[in-house]
Design a protein around this ligand. Structure first.
Ligand SMILES: Cc1ncc(COP(=O)(O)O)c(C=O)c1O
Length: 409
């Protein structure tokens, strides 16, 4: 228990945790089931190319998500690139800047201009009122991101897309097992893209999928992710290699059997954080709508420095020194990363909510690698650091050592 400012590890005290606690430490299901499946893969010597586990995973995911087609891929970035190409997007596409860089890169990679749109500060998702202002004759589509698994305003974006004849794609990287108006995310817009990266709630080591109800689009995507092969020796389309392999599919099938357990651990942890940080002025744990399903993978704090008197970045430094590897997703916003900051140096002027949020957000560890003692410990550090804000700021202004978090930026 820390009682004075010198007890903070940033000033030389012992860290609160002996081992590092990470945001998004991977979940996995039954180890024995996974081993059995790995053995099967070796027995069959069918490692990739539409293997039986990939097919089984695609079928099970499509059923779970209530969508006609699920095309498993090697990761969500390639899945986004393929979906964008299969939808025929070109020119300009409207995207949030407050997202992981892959959403923007998937466009820029194929020389499509990502037009960054501001978010609604309440939902952290694309603000439909701002989307419409950005439509030009060159606009061909909109990509909404269901950030933290909280659904975009699907109805409003769908209405804008229809009225302007634009494609509508959702980056659902965070939103596996989440709902919009009681329906699973996966069948909204023209297509949706999931990430099954190790840090995600449901992971296949690396992986992703495109889901859609559109038969033609699904067929095109299947061709594109397999070099354009429509059968032996028969290439009918330009394509790339976006295939998922059997080992990843085996991990996915095994994780799928433990999904309810993952959610209940995340939910329990999320509730513990909310309790532990309740009534702490300037610290808000973002809400999930109880009327919808969520995977509770993301414990997202908004830090209001005016109330805490401790900046988000200083709190991050303090946590890192205590071995709590908190993260400031998605700082500083895509528009401030290359090549976008060079290409669009003034983009920030239209992205006020994005810029403000990028200074406030802090993510805390979640998943089945942590439990009640760790969460109590993390909340104690946050409370203690904020209670000591004045002293921390004074010491730091006198020039204390650079911290791990600062050194990594
Ligand atoms: C919002 C968002 N989009 C896309 C991606 C890219 O996913 P992947 O790592 O599977 O390529 C991520 C993952 O980190 C993400 O968070």
């Amino acid at each position: 228990m820390k009682t004075e400012v010198n007890d903070l590890a940033i000033f030389g005290g012992p860290p609160a945790f002996a081992e590092k606690l990470h945001v998004g430490r991977p979940n996995f299901g039954e180890r024995e089931r996974l081993r059995e499946r790995f053995d099967q893969i070796i027995e069959r010597r069918w490692f990739t190319n539409a293997g039986p586990y990939v097919k089984e995973l695609e079928e099970k995911l499509a059923r779970f998500l209530g969508v006609k087609h699920c095309i498993a891929m090697c990761n969500a970035t390639i899945a986004l690139e393929i979906a964008i190409k299969a939808l025929g997007l070109k020119g300009e596409v409207i995207v949030p800047s407050f997202t992981f860089i892959a959403t923007a890169h998937a466009l820029q990679w194929q020389e499509i201009t990502p037009v960054f749109c501001d978010i609604d500060p309440q939902t952290h998702n694309l603000d439909p009122r701002r989307v419409e202002d950005l439509i030009t004759p060159r606009t061909t589509g909109i990509i909404g991101v269901h950030l933290w698994g909280r659904p975009c305003d699907v109805e409003a974006l769908g209405e804008i897309a229809r009225r302007h004849r634009l494609a509508l794609l959702f980056d659902a990287a965070h939103a596996f097992a989440c709902t919009y108006r009681d329906r699973m995310i996966g069948s909204f817009g023209d297509a949706e893209v999931f990430s099954f990266h190790a840090t995600k709630f449901f992971n296949t080591f690396e992986g992703g999928a495109v889901t859609t109800d559109d038969d033609e689009l699904a067929a095109r995507i299947r061709l594109m992710k397999n070099f354009g092969f429509a059968g032996y020796d028969n290439v009918i389309y330009v394509g790339t290699n976006g295939k998922m392999n059997e080992v990843c599919a085996a991990m996915g099938l095994t994780s799928l059997e433990s999904l309810d357990g993952f959610i209940s651990v995340n939910r329990r942890n999320y509730d513990l954080y909310r309790q532990g940080l309740r009534d702490l002025p300037g610290v808000e744990v973002i809400d999930y709508d109880d009327a919808e399903k969520n995977n509770y993978q993301y414990v997202v704090l908004e830090i209001d420095e005016a109330a805490t008197r401790l900046s988000r970045d200083e709190l991050l430094n303090i946590l890192w020194a205590e071995n709590v590897v908190a993260r400031r997703y998605f700082y500083p916003g895509c528009h401030r990363a290359e090549p976008y900051r060079t290409l669009y140096p003034d983009a920030g002027a239209n992205l006020r909510a994005t810029e403000e949020l990028a200074q406030r957000v802090l993510l805390l560890p979640n998943g089945n690698a942590i439990g009640e003692p760790e969460i109590r410990g993390i909340c104690d550090v946050v409370r203690f650091a904020i209670a000591q804000a004045e002293e921390v700021n004074l010491r730091r202004s006198k020039g204390s050592q650079t911290t791990a978090a600062e050194a990594s930026v």
